[in-house]
Design a protein around this ligand. Structure first.
Ligand code: DI6
Ligand code: FE
Length: 413
């Protein structure tokens, strides 16, 4: 490195929680040097080269973490299901609600009825809440359209959001989320439509960065998932899977065999699933919001993930039915309290491993030279505070692609 090293901004005066290799890897009194949208140097101030910096921004203490990554959300949808939440708490059963046309199909109806603009507008309000907590990378799935045009509209809405918010937004096609009412008598027809028509169009229009499916006894069988995976793979699209949420189907092992980026939920994952995930490099995405809302008792096998070295990500699963969660900070706490993660594991789950679950671990998820300059300054003393407080402090500053984004008051509404 030359002595006169030109950079745009030096960020100084805080402790850096770098999350290299998924560990805190704390640097006391650290410096982040940014050129353009990239981090070019990270280290202790005492070892800083003689930078020629256009700007120096000095913090008075606090910690800086990588920008948070929410790697599993369903933020785009029409309507909401607060009415069903209320009905259930007034004693109406799930079965009765479903018989009245409620549940996921009520969201499908509302989503089909919504214009692309309406989908963008409602998702944008929800996304604002997530971003206010320091999220700079977010994945959003389709899956509430369940017909060709509505699925494409959802994906276009996600691309529109991506163009307008200060965050990296990844789109996942989850057409295999459920069976549309039109295909009630012919579920295989929907699988065929996804494989033969929808995915090729999605690929042609560049509307998705990955393909997901819901592998469950009440949704898609492992065989049907395999068909979707084969079609997606033939188009060069990376894979993800909702697996082992409510029952053991071997979906996680299947996803791992196909080299999927992640298998998500995993409450019922078996040792064989975990072994396959370790071999396939598949990230375990844990979703405590849905576990909590469904009052599940079966916990994901965290001890096995540790034993086999499977990286664990944490995400909000923000969706209108089972996880109306717009706070990744709350998920950090729930990951610790409900699933037994350490605060360090939880933070790794919303940084480096969240990035890996999206195939972005080379560019996102830690404070390292060469990575995108997405990071967050918190007025906290220790990184464990991020998981400890319920409704804790919001970020002081969020830097997205090298630029400070907002005074937080402006994000309040
Ligand atoms: N798992 C879930 O918990 C949600 N989707 C999924 O694949 C449920 C979505 C909903 O009820 O709207
Ligand atoms: Fe989900």
């Amino acid at each position: 490195m030359s002595e006169e090293y030109g950079v745009d901004t030096l960020w100084l005066g805080a402790d850096l929680v770098t999350m290299r290799e998924g560990k805190y890897q704390l640097i006391n009194d650290g410096v982040i040097a940014v050129r353009g949208e990239q981090i070019v140097w990270v280290g202790p101030r005492a070892a800083m080269p003689a930078f020629n910096a256009a700007r120096r921004i000095m913090f008075r203490g606090g910690i800086i973490t990588p920008g948070l990554v929410d790697c599993h959300t369903h933020l785009v949808f029409g309507g909401d299901r607060s009415q069903e939440f209320e009905q259930r708490l007034n004693g109406v059963s799930y079965a009765e609600i479903a018989a009245q046309g409620g549940g996921i199909l009520s969201t499908v109806r509302a989503t089909r009825a919504a214009s692309e603009e309406a989908l963008v507008a409602s998702a944008s309000r929800r996304l604002t809440r997530l971003l206010a907590e320091g999220v700079t990378t977010v994945e959003i799935k389709s899956g509430y359209g369940l017909d060709e045009e509505s699925e494409l509209r959802m994906l276009r809405a996600i691309r529109q959001l991506a163009a307008t918010v200060p965050a990296d937004v990844r789109a996942t096609c989850l057409a295999a989320h459920g069976f549309p009412p039109e295909f009630k008598q012919d579920p295989q027809g929907w699988v065929r439509l996804i494989c033969e028509h929808l995915l090729p169009r999605v690929q042609q229009e560049g509307l998705a960065d990955a393909v997901d499916a819901f592998c469950e006894h009440l949704a898609f069988s492992p065989r049907q998932v395999e068909e979707v995976f084969k079609a997606a793979q033939a188009l060069g699209l990376p894979l993800k899977l909702h697996a082992e949420q409510l029952s053991a189907q071997g979906g996680a092992a299947l996803a791992a065999r196909y080299g999927a980026l992640s298998a998500d939920h995993l409450e019922y994952a078996q040792e064989s699933d975990v072994q396959a995930m370790a071999a396939g490099g598949t990230v375990a995405v844990l979703l405590p919001g849905a576990f909590y809302l469904l009052r599940e008792t079966q916990r994901p096998p965290v001890t096995l993930f540790r034993r086999y070295g499977v990286p664990m990500a944490l995400a909000s699963d923000a969706n209108p039915g089972t996880s109306p969660a717009l706070s990744l900070r709350l998920m950090l706490n729930m990951g610790c309290t409900l699933f037994g993660l350490t605060p360090e594991e939880a933070l790794a789950g919303v940084t480096l491993w969240g990035a890996k679950a999206l195939g972005l671990e080379k560019t996102h998820g830690s404070l390292e030279a060469g990575k995108v300059a997405n990071f967050v300054h918190w007025s906290l003393a220790r990184p464990a505070e991020l998981a400890y407080w319920l409704g804790g402090e919001l970020p002081c500053k969020v830097v997205y692609r090298g630029r400070a984004q907002w005074p937080l008051s402006a994000m309040a509404d």
